[in-house]
Design a protein around this ligand. Structure first.
Ligand code: GLN
Length: 535
């Protein structure tokens, strides 16, 4: 069967949850046993989403093959279980880069190189290649219809619809139907205008997903259908939900997947959404709660810790616990204020981070967790700082540091690998993507994984300096996991502490609702145990 395409555009305003919508549609189609891929087209010029600030753009998601992607790829993986790669995300910058390189190599034979057809052809080529072999390819176009920037992408997807048979591709448009309190009315005009904009560039949506805070009654749906030329049964309400895991269930209740398979003439089994019903039930009916403290630089923007946040919630759902996440900004609090914050927490997590000033605060936090036997989980920078803390306070190496913060430190307990020192470019130059690690038999981490051979995703430049390992071991730290090929520390733990584990990689990227990552699961469990024991 040739791949069928579902294009998802957004209108009226940004932040309507297009990524979650695409991922949720993917989840339903997957539960109908269709094989699928999801692709994100990003209209910005950056060639490499990894170099964009998490303040502006949210988390950088890392794929198995080491691509630094838009965070929507994280939603796609979590909801559908597919494994994404660099082929699941294209930016305008990448497309132009490819076309310009081809032009330089003379591949256009001296022709005038233009947006149509050269840029649009390149977009289509990438789309067709990335979706080969799948029943369905969901393609999410970033930005909002009407933006100048997304025009080449919209033109390219229009052309795909033109090239393929009618039942080979459909267009879903996500819009907003705002509730105007003063008039006590839902307003359809923004949706009408947004569809008009889309039709101006030649795309007639087949399905509308209407974000709304109130139920859309028949009359409103009829009105939207009439003005947008979309059939009545394809005007789908997407009402605000308590939690994002519900979206899958609500879309199905509204008949969205039935409409999709009808339009695409796909013959599939009925979807089985029991897993999502169980997740929602557990999430909405927790038996108790647990509080996890997270210290980091991007605390202002929760999206910059998206996968981390989700991974904690997945564990909570599985343990039937409500996980309260207490983000603490270690830079802006006095020591006393900070201590008060930590006292409210049942477990402490230090996530990944770059070039931070707040390291001193983090070291104090770790000392507090270590000495007071509070479950501690360090991820990437959270491992590096845990090793520095141990070196300073247990080994007595007072100036132990990472060269990231102090390039001239003599006690470079966290250092750069030789090969990294040669690299000058900023984009895509870290240790990135999946690397294997071997865990020490009998260690806590090996027990958690139930295996001694693992593979996890990385995104960092610095490593534990092997020179210091004998001293760390002598003073009780267990180097419980290593990359044996590159001879690098991957995991550490403290055996005389109830739960103190840090890892150089990012386990959060592989956690899924219904299948939480084992380290997160055991960390949340340990935090809850700490809470119940200290009541
Ligand atoms: N900044 C550190 C490094 O580059 C840690 C990176 C991270 O936490 N992702 O090694």
């Amino acid at each position: 069967m040739k791949t069928k395409f579902i294009f998802i555009t957004g209108g009226v305003v940004s932040s309507l949850g297009k990524g979650i919508a695409a991922a949720s549609i993917g989840a339903i189609l997957k539960s109908r046993d269709l094989s699928l891929t999801i692709i994100k087209l990003d209209p910005y010029i950056n060639v490499d989403p990894g170099t964009m600030s998490p303040f502006q753009h949210g988390e950088v998601f890392v794929t198995e093959d080491g691509y630094e992607a838009d965070l929507d790829l994280g939603h796609y993986e979590r909801y559908t279980g597919i494994s994404t790669s660099r082929n699941n995300n294209f930016t305008t910058g990448q497309i132009y880069n490819t076309v310009i390189e081809k032009e330089r190599r003379g591949e256009y034979l001296g022709k005038t190189v233009q947006v149509i057809p050269h840029i649009t052809n390149q977009i289509k080529e990438n789309l067709y290649k990335a979706s080969e072999g799948c029943d369905v390819a969901l393609v999410e176009i970033g930005g909002t219809v009407g933006d100048i920037e997304s025009l080449p992408f919209l033109e390219a997807i229009r052309q795909v619809g033109h090239e393929l048979n009618r039942s080979q591709s459909i267009y879903i448009h996500l819009t907003l139907v705002p509730w105007i309190a003063s008039a006590s009315e839902l307003k359809t005009k923004p949706t009408q205008h947004s569809v008009t904009k889309l039709r101006e560039i030649g795309i007639q949506p087949d399905i509308l997903l209407c974000r709304t805070e109130k139920d859309l009654d028949q009359d409103i749906k009829k009105k939207i259908a009439l003005f947008t030329n979309v059939t009545y049964d394809a005007v789908i309400q997407a009402k605000d939900v308590e939690n994002v895991y519900e979206v899958t269930l609500r879309f199905h209740e509204e008949g969205l997947d039935e409409k999709i398979v009808e339009l695409l003439q796909l013959w599939t089994k009925r979807p089985n959404l029991q897993k999502w019903a169980d997740i929602v039930h557990s999430f909405n009916n927790p038996k108790d709660e647990v509080t996890i403290g997270i210290v980091g630089k991007y605390v202002e923007l929760r999206d910059s810790y998206k996968s981390l946040h989700e991974a904690l919630l997945h564990s909570g759902i599985e343990l039937n616990l409500k996980v309260n996440i207490n983000y603490v900004d270690s830079e802006n609090l006095s020591d006393e204020e900070e201590l008060q914050e930590w006292k409210k927490c049942d477990g402490i997590l230090i996530p990944g981070g770059f070039g931070e000033r707040g390291v001193a605060g983090k070291i104090e936090t770790i000392r507090y967790a270590r000495e007071n036997k509070i479950p501690y989980f360090g991820i990437c920078l959270g491992l590096q700082v845990a090793v520095i803390e141990y070196a300073r306070n247990v080994l007595g190496i007072k100036d132990a540091n990472t060269v990231e913060i102090d390039p001239n430190t003599k006690d470079n307990i966290i250092d750069m690998m030789e090969e990294q020192k040669q690299i000058k470019n900023m984009g895509g130059t870290m240790r990135l993507g999946a690397y294997p690690a071997v865990l020490v038999p009998g260690s806590k981490i090996a027990e958690i994984y139930g295996s001694e051979k693992i593979s996890e995703r990385h995104r960092h430049r610095y490593e534990v300096n092997n020179k210091y390992i004998p001293q760390l071991i002598e003073k009780g730290m267990v180097i419980s996991g290593k990359n044996t090929e590159l001879d690098l520390v991957e995991t550490i733990e403290l055996p005389d502490h109830p739960w103190f584990i840090a890892v150089q990689y990012h386990p959060e990227f592989k956690s899924k609702p219904g299948n939480p990552h084992p380290i997160f699961y055991r960390f949340v469990e340990a935090a809850y145990q700490h809470k119940t024991e200290n009541k």
